[in-house]
Design a protein around this ligand. Structure first.
Ligand code: LLP
Length: 425
């Protein structure tokens, strides 16, 4: 996380003191480094130099318009999984012909919207979806560009909640059924078979699960060719991991080299759907200590950020480094860093050796750029935080902090409240 660095013992992002941003925009707060975002995109893209490819940023990892726009400006497309993500991608200026649509439960409405937008391809995940796509496309008098999302039954060796490519997972179509399904799709009048796709999981720290997936896809592609079905796009999904603490994932260049080697001889355009590797280490979450207390043998540091803002520690027992924003100093004792939410599972770190924090101090939760804000909620009626992007020595408020009014905006005018006298006509 090179853009986030200590200078004279205070944490800076691209030359701006994190403490000054916290003062200006208040806490809890997400801060992103533009330099890191663009460097990661460029490194990732360069890893596939020499072969036809398209990098489709997985919008679910960070769906802020300014972040998506940053990726689009470098030539990135978008991997979407809902009509909301389609809307965001288009709002951020992603060309429709650089959008791929994955997801096990695309509704008729979503399929219609994506057809209308003229996206690059639908990654179809079931036989019923194939039939619906044909029906909707026929109704609109359009041909839908299709890839089947193959479930290659590969262990991505990651947290079970984020492994997606094993046969017991809900994703994709079992690989042994794909040939039959492709043949079925071939006979549908309003489908145009253009690709094959898979996504085996997230936070993967080795290249072997990816190359194993390519190996299985290659066998299928060869069978398809024998059946007169030619694959133009091979979408390998996302999943490349990052360093949160001591993980050693391959750098994009090594990942790219391994993939290119495994793809040798295939004449498809490669599509990739990276999320975490592009944004994970480009963002931090800043929170202020409210209280500290000792209870039995336990030391608690209670902060103003909570599981509704950053759920990864609670949901996956994920480890995020925690640093003091001012006065870099050595660890002092083991503490639980917890939020104000009424859940025992509301923590940002557990049993972590940290420096002594006092009320009013700021802490930075590192590597929070991916699946941080995008998984935030309003649980416990907490307004969602602001997001700030730092670029060239300037800070931009890229999402305003929600207000108390925002919390009730969609309820306050209800007929029920009107009839019960809470709202005046
Ligand atoms: N493509 C598809 C179809 C996906 O489902 C995902 C992530 C990606 C691409 C991007 O994967 P990435 O490059 O970011 O690993 N909330 C979890 C991660 C869930 C990932 C879901 N799918 C977390 O915080 O670790």
């Amino acid at each position: 996380m090179t853009a986030f660095r200590y200078k004279r013992d205070s944490l800076y992002v691209e030359g701006i003191a994190v403490s000054s941003l916290a003062k200006k925009y208040k806490t809890p707060l997400y801060i992103y480094s533009h330099k890191t975002l663009t460097r990661q995109f460029d490194l990732f893209d360069a890893a596939f130099k020499g072969i036809p490819h398209l990098v489709c940023f997985a919008i679910k990892s960070n769906s802020n318009l300014s972040i998506v726009k940053t990726m689009a400006d470098r030539g990135g497309g978008a991997d979407i999984v809902s009509i909301g993500e389609l809307y965001r991608a288009r709002q951020a200026g992603v060309p429709a012909k650089k959008i791929v649509f994955s997801g096990v439960g695309k509704t008729h409405e979503e399929i219609q919207a994506a057809l209308r937008a003229d996206i690059l391809m639908f990654n179809v995940e079931s036989e019923q979806e194939l039939e619906v796509l044909q029906k909707v496309a026929q109704k609109r008098g359009k041909k839908a560009p299709v890839a089947l999302r193959v479930n290659p039954d590969i262990d991505a060796k990651t947290h079970p909640y984020i492994a997606t490519g094993m046969k017991e997972n809900k994703f994709g179509t079992p690989i042994h059924e794909c040939l039959r399904m492709y043949n079925k799709a071939k006979n549908f009048s309003h489908l145009d078979i253009v690709g094959i796709s898979c996504h085996i999981g997230s936070q993967i720290t080795q290249t072997s699960p990816f190359t194993a997936a390519i190996h299985r896809l290659r066998i299928l592609i060869e069978k398809l060719e024998k059946n007169g079905i030619f694959i133009q796009y091979l979408d390998l999904g996302g999943g490349l991991g990052i360093t949160y603490s001591d993980e050693t994932p391959p750098a994009p260049a090594r990942y790219g080299a391994a993939l290119k080697k495994a793809l040798k001889g295939l004449r498809c355009t490669l599509i990739l759907e990276p999320g975490r590797v592009l944004v994970g280490n480009a963002g931090i979450f800043v929170t202020e200590v409210i209280y500290t207390k000792k209870q039995g043998d336990k030391n608690f540091v209670i902060v103003d950020g909570a599981m509704n803002d950053l759920v990864r520690p609670s949901l996956y027992q994920a480890h995020h480094e925690i640093l003091p924003v001012k006065k870099k100093r050595a660890p002092f004792k083991r503490v639980d860093v917890v939020g104000p939410i009424c859940e025992t599972g509301d923590f940002l770190a557990k049993g972590r050796r940290l420096p002594r924090f006092l009320p009013g101090e700021l802490m930075a939760v590192m590597s929070a750029g991916a699946y941080g804000f995008s998984m935030a909620s309003n649980y416990n009626s907490r307004p969602r935080t602001a997001e700030v992007l730092v670029q060239g020595g300037k800070s931009f408020l890229i999402r305003q902090r929600e207000t108390l009014g925002d919390l009730v905006r969609h309820e306050a005018g209800s007929l029920y409240l009107l009839q019960h006298g809470l709202v005046k006509r």
